[in-house]
Design a protein around this ligand. Structure first.
Ligand code: IPM
Ligand code: MN
Length: 365
């Protein structure tokens, strides 16, 4: 009998449903190849879930996720105007996404910034900067820092509206993400860039202190320390110097979007959010409501999230590599969705569905 695996599928908002369909086709094809039954259980999540069920993260969805072996999640959110129709606490980021991260303590967020040599045409960077391609693994701490610290909005003594937002970490949280980062660096080029802001933030002072303690257990990994602002510049000027980077939550949010910029589109940014027992997988980008339902969106990040799930939740490394390889081959054959055509007018533009078809074709050959 085939191995049985249960996946909670949260298709989300905007372009979510259409890119999820392509990702699930790929998942099914992989299942057929490696004799695993991926039982996909859909569940409402995000803004649509709020309008249909009154909750952005309904109880029913929580139950489905609790019982799953992994969660596959599409992008969530609506346009600025539409979002205003939802009470602040139920807006999908605060009402669904952050609670999801908290519920499964998905502390380690892997965001690959990957552009194989030969696909440089997508990137806004000059050819000579990316001659050898880009292959960075950004590791973002995902359940601490400003995102989850105490927040307070008040009126101060002078009657001015004021706000306090706290960047909180304890040593255990830092130690945990450091181990993940050192392990990953150990599996790759053995260079770990530590992104911090210890010249200003006490949180970074503690972060670096813990790093140095953990570092002793990984003598074969070289650590390079870099301030977060300098890292932004260095990523643009010479991305090839980076392999694995580790950073706190907010720094990771910003630098990983910069990573998408280096590649030419956030549509090329899948991610893995690794938790204590259940992990979830999602594109790093938003729901692009402006092109939703038009069969234009790039499904790469959603299919890439499937690839990451195969490897990190199910140990299917070979199958995962095959999915990556299929997507790369489609792109290097000159096919792309419309988001990646800014710098190369010779590329052949295909729809979301056609991109999925081509990936499946490669996968099966
Ligand atoms: C991301 C997103 C989220 C974040 C938003 C939607 C809350 O930008 O996953 O990077 O800031 O973490
Ligand atoms: Mn982000």
């Amino acid at each position: 009998m085939n191995k049985q695996v249960k996946i909670a599928v949260l298709e989300g908002d905007g372009i979510g449903p259409e890119i999820m369909v392509e990702a699930l086709r790929v998942l099914r094809a992989v299942g057929d190849m490696c004799l695993v039954d991926f039982e996909c259980v859909p569940a409402p999540f995000g803004a649509r879930a709020y309008f249909d069920h009154g909750k952005a993260f309904p109880e029913e969805t929580k139950k489905i996720c609790d019982q799953a072996d992994a969660i596959l999640k599409g992008p969530i959110g609506l346009s600025f105007e539409e979002t205003k129709k939802i009470p602040v606490e139920e807006q999908p980021e605060r009402g669904a996404l952050l609670p999801l991260r908290k519920r499964y303590n998905t502390f380690a967020n892997f965001r690959p910034v990957k552009l194989p040599a030969g696909l440089g045409a997508f990137s806004p960077l000059k050819k000579e900067v990316i001659a050898n391609g880009i292959d960075i693994m950004m590791i973002r701490e995902l359940v601490g820092g400003l995102y989850f610290g105490k927040k307070e909005r008040t009126t101060n003594a002078e009657g001015l509206r004021s706000v306090t937002e706290t960047l909180e970490y304890n040593e255990e949280q830092i130690k945990k993400i450091m181990h993940v980062a050192f392990e990953e660096a150990g599996r790759r080029k053995k260079i770990l860039h530590n992104v911090h802001k210890a010249n200003v933030l006490m949180s970074s002072v503690l972060w670096n202190e813990i790093l140095e303690e953990v570092q002793k257990e990984y003598p074969d990994v070289t650590v390079e320390h870099i301030l977060v602002d300098a890292a932004a510049t260095a990523l643009c000027i010479r991305p090839s110097q980076f392999d694995v980077m580790v950073m706190e939550n907010m720094f990771g949010d910003i630098l990983s979007d910069l990573g998408g910029g280096l590649l030419g589109s956030l549509g090329l940014m899948p991610s893995a959010c690794i938790g204590d027992t259940i992990s979830y997988y999602e594109p790093s980008h938003g729901s692009a409501p402006d092109i939703a339902g038009q069969n234009k969106a790039n499904p790469y990040s959603m299919i890439g999230s499937v690839a990451m799930m195969l490897e990190r939740s199910f140990g299917l490394k070979k199958e995962s590599d095959r999915v990556w390889q299929s997507m790369t081959t489609v792109l290097s054959s000159g096919y792309t969705t419309v988001d990646l055509t800014a710098y190369d007018k010779t590329l052949k533009v295909v729809s979301t569905r056609e991109f999925g078809d081509k990936v499946l074709e490669k996968l099966k050959n």
